[in-house]
Design a protein around this ligand. Structure first.
Ligand code: SF4
Length: 319
């Protein structure tokens, strides 16, 4: 996960809930990709370190368990950089230039100069991040499929050129639920519409109350349509189906309930999920030494595997 800001509900239901399940079933490696943040934020890296710390706190408070999963920070393991270098020797340039995300970002991001060697090559770094742990499965959303395909191609090319060293990983496709921000657009730091895991309950309440609803529901007496209401998208995540379908939907469609009542129901279910995360986070933040210890232990566990793979890769090349 790139450290580009504190984590919000989109991350909680898009990634962390999934990770929490995966850590029960698989040997899982989760890391903060601070070098990846540098590929696009190299001109202003001032907040990368702060966000890195915040993210680890968010993970731990959301239930990512360092006893079950290996947690670390990418830049603490220079082995990733060394493998990235080796893999970059065998990666044909057109493979990188045809990466759809690369082309899209070059066009869309206008406030940063992304025409750098590092940015073009970030999928090779990503391949190193994955292959160095001999990963069988990579949990990603559909937008990441081209990257994983590139990782597979690089692994196959290495195995073919030298010797079979790398496991060719498979994708574990993850569906992300729709998480709207408080203004109805996709929840994103850049839209300033997020509910953060670090928000205290009062802030969550203060953000939900003025949240955008069905725009056709201007007056309290106007019936609404939950299908076009972003508050209802949150209900789908937090409110049990019975209450949603038995109370919220008919109440909205007949104007029997107002939007504030409806948001009250949402908060009734939302706060018991978010408040314990907030409380755990506050406690952990008071003990930075404990978080450092967790990361140091995770780094050592990761290093063992990373060094072994790197040793094999170098041996296969003969250097
Ligand atoms: S009553 Fe609820 S679902 Fe209906 S428009 Fe208002 S906030 Fe949305």
């Amino acid at each position: 996960m790139r450290p580009t800001g504190p984590l919000h509900l989109g991350h909680l239901f898009g990634a962390l809930e999934n990770w929490r399940r995966l850590q029960e079933e698989y040997d899982s490696f989760f890391f903060v990709a601070d070098w990846h943040a540098l590929t696009s934020d190299y001109a202003d890296p001032s907040r990368i370190q702060e966000y890195t710390q915040e993210i680890v706190l968010d993970w731990l408070s959301a239930g990512i368990d360092p006893q079950k999963a290996v947690l670390f920070i990418q830049s603490h393991l220079p082995e990733h950089a060394e493998l990235h270098l080796l893999l970059s020797m065998i990666t044909p340039l057109p493979w990188l230039e045809r990466n759809p995300t690369y082309k899209e970002q070059l066009q869309e991001v206008t406030n940063k100069d992304l025409s750098t060697f590092g940015f073009l090559g970030y999928p090779v770094l990503q391949a190193a991040d994955i292959l160095i742990y001999q990963a069988n499965l990579v949990p990603v959303g559909i937008d990441q499929l081209p990257h994983i395909e590139l990782t597979r191609e690089i692994a196959r090319r290495f195995n073919h050129l030298y010797k079979r060293v790398f496991t060719v990983p498979e994708v574990l496709l993850t569906e992300f639920p729709k998480i709207p921000g408080t203004d109805g657009r996709k929840m994103s730091k850049s839209y300033n519409n997020c509910i953060y895991l670090s928000d205290p309950p009062e802030t969550v309440e203060a953000k939900i109350k003025p949240m955008v609803t069905d725009p056709a529901r201007v007056r309290r007496t106007d019936p609404g349509n939950p299908d076009v209401c972003p508050v209802y998208d949150l209900h789908k995540i937090f409110t049990p189906q019975k209450e949603r379908e038995g109370y919220v939907v008919p109440g909205c469609r007949t104007a029997a309930i107002g939007c504030l009542d409806c948001k009250g129901v949402l908060l009734k279910h939302m706060l018991p999920v978010l408040t314990p995360i907030y409380e755990r986070r506050t406690k952990l933040a008071e003990k930075p030494g404990q978080v450092e210890e967790i990361l140091a232990a995770g780094t050592e566990r990761a290093r063992k595997v990373a060094q072994e793979t790197l040793h094999e890769a170098k041996g296969a090349i003969g250097i």
